[in-house]
Ligand binder design. Structure first.
Ligand SMILES: [Zn+2]
Length: 174
C-alpha cells in the first residue's frame, strides 16, 4: 500500500497571501524579477535553522534537482541547478523557490505534516502547496497584469511552462 504525506489544507488564496508576506517582509513587493538566489542567503541570516548547500550533481538521484530536509532545515541543491539559477534559467530558479517554500511552510511556519495511506487532496499535498506557493512568489499577479505568457517568462525569469500555468490560473480568476 502506498504511503503519502498530508499537510493541513491550504488554498491558493492563503498561499498567495503567504507569498506576498514574504515579498513585503523583504520590501520586494514591486520586484517583477524575484531574486530567489539572494533569498537563500537572506534566509541563512534570518533563520538559525535554515541552511543550504550546493552539492555535486551525482549526490542526488537523476530526477531530483534539489531537496529539503524538514527536520534539519537543510536544502541541498545540485551544482548545475544552482549555476543555472544564477544564470537566470527559469526552471532552475523555480526549483529553488519550490524548496524554499517547503522550508517556509514545513520548517518555519510548522504546517502539520502526517503520513497517510490515502492520496491527499491537492490542497493537502505538500508538493502541490510548494508548487502553488513558488508560482505565486515568482509570478506576482499584481505585477504581471496584461502580460502574455512569453512576457511573464522573460520578465519574471520563469520557464514558459510555469508562465503559461500561472497565466491560466490568473485568467480563470477573472
Ligand atoms: Zn517538493
Amino acid at each position: 500500500m502506498s504511503q503519502y504525506y498530508v499537510v493541513e489544507c491550504k488554498t491558493r488564496k492563503q498561499l498567495r497571501t503567504l507569498a506576498r508576506i514574504v515579498r513585503e517582509t523583504l520590501h520586494l513587493e514591486n520586484a517583477v524579477w524575484f531574486p530567489i538566489i539572494e533569498l537563500l542567503d537572506v534566509l541563512t541570516v534570518v533563520f538559525p535553522k535554515f541552511n543550504y548547500e550546493i552539492v555535486e550533481d551525482d549526490e542526488l538521484p537523476e530526477f531530483i534537482h534539489a531537496d529539503t530536509d524538514i527536520i534539519s532545515g537543510n536544502i541541498r541543491i545540485k551544482e548545475s541547478i544552482y549555476n543555472g539559477a544564477c544564470d537566470g534559467n527559469g526552471r532552475d530558479r523555480m526549483t529553488i523557490a519550490h524548496e524554499i517554500c517547503h522550508f517556509l511552510m514545513l520548517c518555519s511556519l510548522g504546517f502539520r505534516i502526517q503520513r497517510s495511506f490515502g492520496k491527499p487532496k491537492p490542497c493537502e499535498d505538500p508538493e502541490w502547496q510548494a508548487k502553488c506557493m513558488a508560482g505565486e512568489l515568482m509570478i506576482d499577479k499584481r505585477l504581471v497584469d496584461g502580460m502574455s505568457p512569453l512576457e511573464i517568462s522573460k520578465k519574471c525569469g520563469v520557464s514558459i511552462d510555469a508562465a503559461e500555468y500561472q497565466y491560466e490560473v490568473f485568467r480563470r480568476e477573472k
